[in-house]
Design a protein around this ligand. Structure first.
Ligand SMILES: [Zn+2]
Length: 276
């Protein structure tokens, strides 16, 4: 899983304000001093200015990758985080609480938990352009089927309105990180109905065994369905590392998913157009 884009720039903005205050402070004391002291303060001032420019760079790059895309760039007011009704498929599962969960490992993003509220969730599997395409496709379809017991998922034939897109593509290699075999990224946007929405892309490296593709996709789909974190237990699908014998979706996976869907989120609620 990879976090994609940020909505809240508050920490950086706050830092800029703090640096600006420091610059003012230095300028004030500069007037009242002489000689060596002046030089010292001058040096401090230069450092502060350097910090300020670094912060400004950070700010502009953060806004470039900012995830909310709104048509016509009209400013919007985000909805309040609220709880959606628990999907019937999750409510119906009688799972023993004794097995526990790893909900404490699931982190909400800026807009809350990655909960889906429009069902069925539409999944598009991009036809893989690889030699063993049939086997790859069968594995991908099986991974979707495995999660269908817990949330309504529907395979769709066109990518245009898919909520989750699955691709046989090697994830982008980031400098300094280990080679990734699979990756899930999300985008937050306002849809045509004015609802704050999420969209996921799941990439799995091609040319892996069908068994591997099934295990990797089962894991990544868990992220795309809302489990944005990892289990510390190797019999869970969302275990953080690859295991020799990939497990089926566990009671703990299920319990965790249900708890995620009991959480508030800004996703799935309408945005309001701001007055100006
Ligand atoms: Zn993962």
């Amino acid at each position: 899983m990879t976090k994609n884009g940020r909505l809240v720039l508050l920490p950086q903005s706050l830092a800029v304000v703090l640096v600006l205050q420091r610059v003012k402070q230095l300028a004030r004391s500069f007037k009242t001093l002489r000689g060596a002291q002046k030089r010292l303060i001058w040096r401090q001032g230069q450092k502060t200015l350097l910090a300020l420019s670094v912060l400004l760079c950070l700010l502009s790059s953060a806004s470039l990758s900012s995830a909310i895309s709104v048509k016509n760039d009209q400013p919007v007011v985000l909805p309040l985080a609220q709880v959606h009704p628990l999907p019937a498929s999750l409510a119906a599962i009688a799972s023993p609480a004794t097995e526990g969960d790893y909900f404490d490992q699931v982190k909400p993003i800026d807009v809350g938990y990655l909960v889906w509220s429009q069902f069925p969730i539409q999944v598009y599997i991009a036809p893989p352009e690889i030699s063993n395409a049939q086997a790859w496709l069968a594995s991908a379809q099986q991974a979707v089927k495995d999660w269908q017991a817990y949330l309504p998922l529907q395979l769709v034939k066109a990518p245009a309105h898919a909520n989750i897109t699955i691709q046989a593509t090697a994830p982008q290699q980031r400098s300094g990180s280990r080679v990734r075999s699979a990756e899930t990224t999300y985008q937050i946007f306002v849809n045509d109905q004015g609802i704050l929405s999420q969209r996921f892309t799941v990439m799995v490296r091609p040319n892996q065994t069908p068994q591997y593709v099934l295990a990797a996709l089962r894991h990544e789909l868990g992220h795309a369905l809302g489990i944005w974190g990892h289990s510390p237990v190797n019999t869970d699908v969302l275990y953080f590392a690859q295991v020799r014998t990939p497990p089926p979706i566990s009671t703990r996976d299920m319990n965790t998913l249900r708890r995620v869907y009991e959480q508030p989120t800004q996703l799935g609620w309408p945005v309001t157009r701001s007055a100006d």
